[in-house]
Design a binder for this molecule. Sequence first.
Ligand code: PLP
Length: 416
Amino acid sequence: MKNKSSSDLFALAKTLMPGGVSSPVRAIRPYPFYTTRAHGAHLETADGTTLIDCCMAYGPLILGHANPLIRKAIEGQLEKGWLYGTPSPLEPEFAKLLTDDHPGMDMVRFVSSGSEATMAAIRLARGFTGKKDIVKVEGGFHGAHDAVLVRAGSGATTLGVPDSAGVLADLVAHTRQVTYNDPEALESVLSAHDDVAALIIEPVLGNIGPILPQDNYLREIREITKAHDVLLIFDEVITGYRIGIGGAQVKYGVRPDLTTLGKIIGGGLPIGAFGGRREIMEQIAPQGPVYQAGTFSGNPLSLTAGIATLRYLHDHASFYQDLEQKTRGLEESMGGMTGGSFVRLGSMFKYFFRSVPPQNYREVKECDTAAFGAFWKRMLDAGIFLPPSQFETNFLSAAHSDRDLSALAQAYTKCR
Ligand code: PLP
């Protein structure tokens, strides 16, 4: 049988773990391939296949899998221990890097995941403003916690509907939604409701995208939130260090009140961070009354891997240009578009099965997901692993070689 090892592993896992997986998107049907080793831009499966990876663990691995520099940094830290339960010198060092790079961050707190970062940022926004509601963007994803797990697609002023059993409707009633790329929608929600603490937004929609901000959208929502005394939280868990140093706030010249980070800043190890204006961050315990804590927060291994990654990005002046050039090359090699549209920003990209690039959640849902499913399978058979959803962003890394890129281009041309 083809891929017997993966199939057997999944059969066992399903008896022990819900859906057989540790995170739902990994439950590829009829069974996911199991990875036993990863190097550079490649995954090796339990079935003996080598795949070119365009998922890169959903974004963190901008330098590729098992990058030797990062490995060396982690090994160096292993010698010194990997969890202290006390402050370590790595924390102020890393905090300095992050606050220097992000105009919207005067202070920062480390946590262990992007979800934790957005959860804490929302609590902080409520604690600071004394207001109850938050606004998010339809199709925006900020982790799997209650306040943001709200079905996208409802009208802008409709109350939220829980996206998961177990999430209290009462709670998500405090989460309102607006359409991306539509500043008027935000203006009308904020005009109608005066109890909004914050707008949380992925400045570039990464979890149904990339969907890019049009015209002056980000500047306009900055003005609108300011006028209504509502905090602006940029969730840069994907865009942070992906679209450049300083993420979207530097690229688009918009300073949020709070910023959440994750993925790349851990160099492939678990991490999250949130930061913002000093007067807001000073509300966090023990300095202020908004409680937040974690056993693994600021753990030395993740900070070491993160610092090594960020230093590498800083030290290589043409890093982002080179990466963008690879993605542009991929687009150009595909020639004219028939039926679909290719969207890219830096090293984020996606081939949408929709003739015109979508601008929001409603439009992205018009994509031909059946066509995507068939294409995805053909790509896998051709040795390419794309994130298994039309709605997930694809990523390139510094480790994708010219050879990988020409194999990718050929596969795209053949399979789409
Ligand atoms: N925010 C955004 C924009 C994300 O893409 C994600 C995860 O994909 C999260 C938050 C949650 O991060 P984590 O999976 O590290 O909890």
